[in-house]
Design a protein around this ligand. Structure first.
Ligand code: FPP
Ligand code: MG
Ligand code: MG
Length: 387
């Protein structure tokens, strides 16, 4: 989605960082086993949106701002003289580890005093590495997801399970997780390691929640509310966990204070929830050509998402269909028809909008920079995207 003229282009703000991302990930993945290499790089070569890395880069920039506080310059001078070398505070740890020093030197300004208070500092090497790790984990989850979902297409091409077969897809996904874990550990940042390791288990939990989507207490008091809560919990695990925790990790790597790190998390969580809500709307409203994968697939897979839960409030006959995962002949078609007749899609969009409002509010504590405007524009993109 291209924003109207006059508004910032989030991908342009971090285009330098994004341009290097794919070749960098390719280097991280080379295994020397051609089958594994081609399976693991298959989705990386396709036209992925690089949405998560883009958000990590924007968050890194939005939170890496020289604080507008008195004494800032004096503090920098004292740090510099302490280490007798014109380096930024953030790259100090780099000197202890050759791997990290390579990471940090590439993007740091030579002298932090060159950065005026309130001005954005470049993205750190460690934050770039985080973006690469996040894309690796996301891609690994897609490789596994397409096996679990028996997918046939993704991004307008045969899906990896079709291209390489189930076995290589699973192994390539595992391999990517292994590589991601190695590079995560090399960041030498315990909180970031914990955050991202937890994402991996939460992705699996989200997938399991989805498989066991159907409650057995159909018709009981508060069933709709409980179903929606369960769905949002699943949505957090499946989508928002990776985005929210990588936003927080980006801020933590930049040395952010707790309120800033928390605001990054709150932004990521609500934007991630909205992202998946719109994904679930697009399953009803998008075309397969636009999406590059089959549209109206969820009902066929037995999945009830927000539009159908809201529609059910207007059309009680949806209840038993949801409970039996739309498995009787004609269920999916009838359910789709009722969703279109209902306010389900509109109400799902409204919920996504309210999450985006919360996300926007959270980052108002950041200084007013181009990167923060980029994060705000990402929210508009999430709400108006067509694929
Ligand atoms: C896409 O959902 C899938 C995910 C967001 C997560 C999938 C997670 C697993 C398979 C667990 C294993 C995790 C790892 C890290 C290897 P979707 O099927 O609704 O979307 P789609 O339409 O793009 O396929
Ligand atoms: Mg899928
Ligand atoms: Mg799936």
């Amino acid at each position: 989605v291209t924003p109207p003229p006059g508004r910032v282009r989030p991908d342009k703000i971090v285009s330098t960082e994004l341009n290097h991302l794919k070749s960098q990930i390719s280097l991280l993945l080379s295994s020397g086993y051609p089958g594994l290499d081609s399976a693991s790089k298959y989705y990386l070569q396709s036209s992925g949106k690089l949405f998560r890395p883009m958000v990590v880069f924007l968050m890194a920039r939005a939170t890496s701002v020289a604080p507008k506080v008195q004494g800032w310059e004096a503090a920098c001078v004292s740090l510099e003289s302490k280490f007798n070398n014109p380096i930024a505070p953030k790259s100090i740890i780099a000197d202890k580890n050759p791997d990290l020093s390579l990471l940090s030197s590439r993007s740091m300004p030579a002298n932090i005093l060159g950065t005026a208070p309130g001005e954005a500092i470049a993205v750190l090497g460690t934050q770039r590495r985080l973006a690469e790790i996040v894309e690796l984990i996301h891609t690994a989850s897609l490789l596994h997801d397409d096996v679990v979902d028996h997918a046939e297409t993704r991004r307008g091409m045969p899906s990896a399970n079709v291209f390489s077969g189930n076995k290589l897809s699973v192994l390539a996904g595992d391999y990517m997780l292994g590589r991601a874990s190695v590079f995560l550990a090399r960041l030498r940042q315990p909180e970031v390691i914990e955050l991202i390791a937890e994402v991996i288990s939460e992705l699996v939990k989200g997938e399991l929640y989805q498989l066991t989507n159907t409650r057995t207490d159909y018709g009981s008091e508060g069933y709709l509310k409980k179903s929606l809560d369960y769905y949002l919990e699943k949505t957090y695990l499946k989508t928002a966990s990776l985005i929210s925790k990588s936003c927080r990790a980006a801020a933590v790597l930049g040395g952010a204070t707790e309120p800033v790190a928390n605001a990054a998390y709150v932004y990521g969580k609500h934007m991630g929830l909205a992202f998946q809500l719109i994904d679930d709307v697009l399953d009803y409203t998008g075309s397969s050509e636009e999406l590059g994968k089959p549209a109206t697939a969820d009902l066929e897979l037995g999945l009830a998402t927000a539009p159908v839960f809201y529609a059910w409030e207007e059309f009680p006959e949806l209840g038993p269909m949801i409970a039996r995962k739309f498995e009787q002949p004609g269920d999916a078609a009838r359910a789709r028809e009722l969703v279109y007749k209902s306010k389900g899609i509109e109400r799902t969009r409204e919920l996504a909008q309210s999450f985006c409002d919360t996300a926007k509010e959270a980052i108002q504590i950041f200084p007013d920079t181009e990167a923060r405007a980029g994060l705000e524009e990402v929210l508009n993109m999430v709400l108006s995207r067509k694929k």
